[in-house]
Design a protein around this ligand. Sequence first.
Ligand code: MLT
Length: 393
Amino acid sequence: MKINSNYLNLKDNYLFKTVKKKVNDFILKNPGKKIINLGIGDVTLPICKCAVDAANNATIGMGRAETFKGYGPDGGYEFLREKIAEKYYSRSVKIKTDEIFVSDGAKSDISGILDIFSLENVCLVPDPVYPVYSDSNIMDGRQIVYLNANEENEFLPLPEDRYAADIIYICSPNNPTGSVYTAEMLKKWVNFANSNDSIILFDAAYEAFISEKKLPHSIFEIEGSKTCAIEINSFSKSAGFTGMRCAYMIIPHELVREGVSINKLWGKRISVKFNGVSYVIQRAAESVLTNEGNLQCKNLLTYYRENARITSSTLRNSKVRFFGGENSPYIWMKCPENIKSWDFFDYLLENFGVVGVPGSGFGKNGEGYFRFTTFGKREDINEAARIIGGVFS
Ligand code: MLT
């Protein structure tokens, strides 16, 4: 019997677990010390009323013979897929309901989709990057080529011939850097993928935070993308569903490799490995895509955007170099005086109880940077902004 020894090539702990462990150790040593946690991008506001009502009603329905549901369709109920297709249609993107696969989270999709691709594929992962992209490929033993994202390219690298790869990861608005690709830039990636026979895995989990009108929310707003892209999106950040769990992946029928429909291949994969998201959660997700749900979720987004504005303006006033915060819930700032990311993490935690995520945890190009989420409570954001402003003054 042999283990999958590729797992031994992973770091000892997943980044956010390492952060959590350090914070827990600190709390044990400093009982009673206030912690301001702006580390993992977890929401802090409760889900909106329409989602609560929809989940409650669906739960009551499960207790009645006439409305009880057993196993659902593994790709998601039609009522939710229709609402998702309408959401895309409102941005002039036509998606068929059977191109949508409902899941329990973007993380599961981003890693799970690799099941249907050969281990011989080479994948292109930006550096810095959300660790799931690289770690799930390391687990499979797939070759990774890292794409440099840095201040020179404003953390928005563009394709170059030397980066030819089979699977290309793009996250926009980007986690961790908060940078957002324009339509013109995404078009370059789409052309590159089509001419290299690659597939783009487009992570749109943060698109709800885009406020600039011209910026694309979906790769499918870009001409030619349906023959080369898969999109992943989630209710976690747009509707506060990190604890509810609901996401979706869009695989267009036009996406074909080696004469095989990628949509059909994924359909096979989920029918073997997945029994679908709970009916109750799908009803809650449906409700946030109604007009009323949209309005209620906008209130959540407005709150987090104001958090981002407060943090950004403090950093600006303190002349700190940073990215993101405008169309993104993440702020990616340069550490002061060339301090290393983990040293800055320790400094903020030990002196002020403020927690962020060290940039180097996202890759070598993240060294010297630090990420804050703006999903915190307002009083924590105000306090953290005051402290960080003070560090730099
Ligand atoms: C993050 O902090 O990068 C994300 O919240 C983690 C996640 O979504 O899994």
